[in-house]
Design a binder for this molecule. Sequence first.
Ligand code: SF4
Length: 359
Amino acid sequence: MSPLTLITAQTEEKLLAFLTEHGHTKFRAQQVLDWVWRKRVTTFDAMSNLPPALKNLLAEHFRFHTPEIVEIHGSADTTRKFLTKMEDGSLVESVIIPAAVAENGEKSERVTLCVSSQVGCAFGCKFCASGLLGLKRHLTTGEIIGQILSAETIAEKRVNNIVFMGMGEPLSNFDNLADALEIITSHRGLEIGARHITISTSGFVPGLKKLAAYPRQIRLAVSLHGATDEVRDQIMPVNKKWPLSQLIPALEEWSRGRNQMPTLEYILIRDINDSPKDASHLVRIAKRLHAKVNLIPYNTVEGLPWKRPTEERCRSFRDAVHKARIPVTMRYEKGHDINAACGQLRLRKEQEKNGSTPR
Ligand code: SF4
């Protein structure tokens, strides 16, 4: 791997600091970013309005690289899931989800990308394939951005909606995430509005506190999946360290001063969290947080014991939440037929490599 830094990992502020230190002006930094993000060149030589000395300086310190996509799985619903190989050979998953029709029934131009923030995950949620192999490492800012650039080459479209719901707990990789968010939202970057970005957390309270202080209006989704400590302790080890008595106040702190509702993600798992009593606990939390609820009937993961509740059970859970006047949707994971649940594709590939089976 080259020791040079990726130019696509530079926030405007960092690039400006570098160029100023080397005697160049703000205008030059803007020109460079214009070449990288608007004109999408992939060499410094192509930056034809820069003086040769500046092109040489850039080439001595930075480089271009887009990670290679090594596997693509298409789905009947046009969702495509792919495995991206980082320069050290690490594999991460991303899912691209084109929305053909908007909620109002009109044709939608939305192209959503679900990105990963880490290689593997340390949080070990019991229903998730990403946690099965543990955490290998954080993704760098350049690798997070690289997933988006690679996906755009596959989709042949610009991504305009990003969800951090792939592998990893994004808030435990906060510094790299924050730089990636600057590049994604900057008008001298990918120029995707903050309201088109969602960060999903399993309930990592220290990261939530940092996010509460982060100035942009990024959307927040909380993988709650259980509305009591008893249920969360059973399926989400993170809850043992940061139980609901800490998580809920941290979410209230995030909401303060924002005109945004958090979304409570709730995977419905048979006989674990799908009873009428579970629904009433969930309603109580959603009311306190003025939150929306997104129910996701569980996607089976090979090697894990959990099952999807019956259709009827899922519907009556949704109806109970709806009756309490909580905005609720039930989302069947897109790409169910290509193992779109987080981490499954990488898990299978790693097993093939090692000739092993999951723990
Ligand atoms: S659900 Fe998210 S936080 Fe939990 S193990 Fe999977 S990737 Fe990690």
